[in-house]
Design a protein around this ligand. Structure first.
Ligand code: NAI
Length: 333
C-alpha cells in the first residue's frame, strides 16, 4: 500500500532539493502517493491564501508531510508559514540530530548531538505590539504544560535510544520566571529518569562550550528561540546547513523538514545540497516504519560522502544538486 504524504516543495532552493529527494525516495521501492501544495508567497498568488485550506486538510488526513523551506519576510509581511503549521498541528517537538558524515573533514570529528527544541511557545507565539511610538513589546510565553511535555519527549527519547545526558539550556539568570519555569519542569521530569544525567547550562556559555568542546554534550533541551539559534551553530560543527535534518513531531502529525531556510543566495542554480532534506526524509521513513528503506538511503548517503567524488560545493565538492542525487541513486542500486 502506498503511503499518502503531503509534499510542500516550498520556495528558494526548496523545489530543487525536494524534487531530488522525491526521486530518491521513489527509488527505494517504497510506494508513495504525494499530495503536493504550495505555501507562502507562491500559494498566495495561486489561492489567495498563504496556507491553502486544502494543505491543512491534506496534513490532517495524511498525518505526515515532507516540507521544503518557505521564505518568511523580514520585519513585516505575513507570519512564518513554518511557525503557523507547527502551531496548528501542535508539533511541539522539534527533533534535530547533529552528526558528522564520513569523509567530511570538520574541526570536530565524531560529533553526535541531539537537539530537542520546544516548537510552539516562547518568543514565537507572535504576540507583539506597539505600546507607544518607539516602544514595542514582544511577549514570550512559557507554560508548565509545554515545558513538561518537551522535557518528557527528550527524556523518553534518551531512554529509548540509550542516550546518557540531557542539558537544559536557558537564561534563567535573567528571565527568572519564564526560563525558571522551563527549568523547574525539566528538573521534575528528570527525577523519573535517574539513569540519565541531567545538567543545566546558560545559553551564552553553551554556545562557547559547543565550539570549544562539543563532546561534553549529548542531548540539548531548549526553548524555541534558543533551539533555533543553537541548531544552526551545531549544523556548523558538522559541515553546515546543507546537511542537518529535522522533524516536527506532535502526538497526531509529523512534518519533516531540513534545518536550513530557502537560501535565496543560491536558489535556482542547481547547486544546493539536498542532503539535509534527504536525511529528514530518512527520519520520515523511520516514522513510517520503512526501516529497510531508511537504512538503504542512509547507507547511500554515507557511501557517496566517503567516496568524496560527487559532493556539492558547500561541503567542498563541485557537483550540482542533480548530480549529487544521481550518485545517491547509483549507490542505492
Ligand atoms: P538559510 O538557511 O536559507 O541560508 C543560510 C546560509 O546557508 C546561506 O548562505 C545558504 O546558501 C546556505 N545554505 C542553506 N541551505 C543550504 C543547502 N541546502 N545547501 C547549500 N547551502 C545552503 O537561512 P537565511 O538566509 O537566514 O534564510 C532565508 C529564508 O529562509 C528566510 O526567509 C527565512 O525566514 C527562511 N527560513 C525558512 C525555514 C523553513 O522553512 N523551515 C527555516 C529557516 C529559515
Amino acid at each position: 500500500m502506498a503511503h499518502k504524504v503531503t509534499l510542500v516543495p516550498g520556495d528558494g532552493i526548496g523545489p530543487e532539493v525536494t524534487q531530488q529527494v522525491v526521486r530518491i525516495l521513489e527509488a527505494t521501492g517504497v510506494k508513495f502517493e504525494w499530495e503536493r501544495y504550495a505555501a507562502g508567497a507562491e500559494a498566495f498568488e495561486i489561492y489567495g491564501e498563504y496556507i491553502p485550506t486544502a494543505l491543512y486538510e491534506s496534513i490532517e488526513r495524511n498525518k505526515v508531510a515532507l516540507k521544503g523551506p518557505v521564505t518568511t519576510p523580514v520585519g513585516g509581511g505575513f507570519k512564518s508559514i513554518n511557525v503557523t503549521l507547527r502551531k496548528k498541528f501542535d508539533l511541539f517537538a522539534n527533533f534535530r540530530p547533529i552528526k558528522n558524515l564520513p569523509g567530511l573533514a570538520t574541526h570536530w570529528p565524531g560529533v553526535d548531538l541531539i537537539i530537542v527544541r520546544e516548537n510552539t511557545e516562547g518568543e514565537y507565539v507572535g504576540l507583539e505590539h506597539e505600546v507607544v511610538p518607539g516602544v514595542v513589546e514582544s511577549i514570550k510565553v512559557i507554560t508548565e504544560k509545554g515545558s513538561t511535555r518537551i522535557a518528557k519527549f527528550a527524556f523518553d527519547y534518551a531512554r529509548k535510544h540509550g542516550r546518557k545526558k540531557i542539558h537544559s539550556i536557558h537564561k534563567a539568570n535573567i528571565m527568572k520566571m519564564s526560563d525558571g519555569l522551563f527549568l523547574r519542569c525539566a528538573r521534575q521530569v528528570s527525577e523519573k529518569f535517574p539513569e540519565i544525567f541531567y545538567g543545566e547550562h546558560i545559553i551564552d556559555n553553551t554556545c562557547m562550550q559547543l565550539v570549544m568542546n562539543p563532546y561534553q554534550y549529548d542531548t540539548l533541551l531548549l526553548e524555541n528561540l534558543y533551539g533555533d539559534i543553537v541548531s544552526d551553530l551545531c549544523a556548523g560543527l558538522v559541515g553546515g546547513l546543507g546537511l542537518v535534518p529535522g522533524a516536527n513531531l506532535g502526538h497526531e502529525c509529523a512534518i519533516f523538514e531540513a534545518v536550513h531556510g530557502s537560501a535565496p543566495d543560491i536558489a535556482g542554480k542547481d547547486i544546493a545540497n539536498p542532503t539535509a532534506l534527504l536525511q529528514s526524509a530518512v527520519l520520515m521513513l523511520l516514522h513510517l516504519d520503512e526501516t529497510a528503506a531508511a537504512g538503504k538511503v542512509q547507507a547511500a548517503i554515507e557511501k557517496v560522502y566517503s567516496e568524496r567524488k560527487t559532493l556539492t560545493r558547500d561541503v567542498g565538492g563541485s557537483a550540482g544538486t542533480t548530480q549529487f542525487a544521481d550518485a545517491i541513486l547509483a549507490a542505492i542500486g
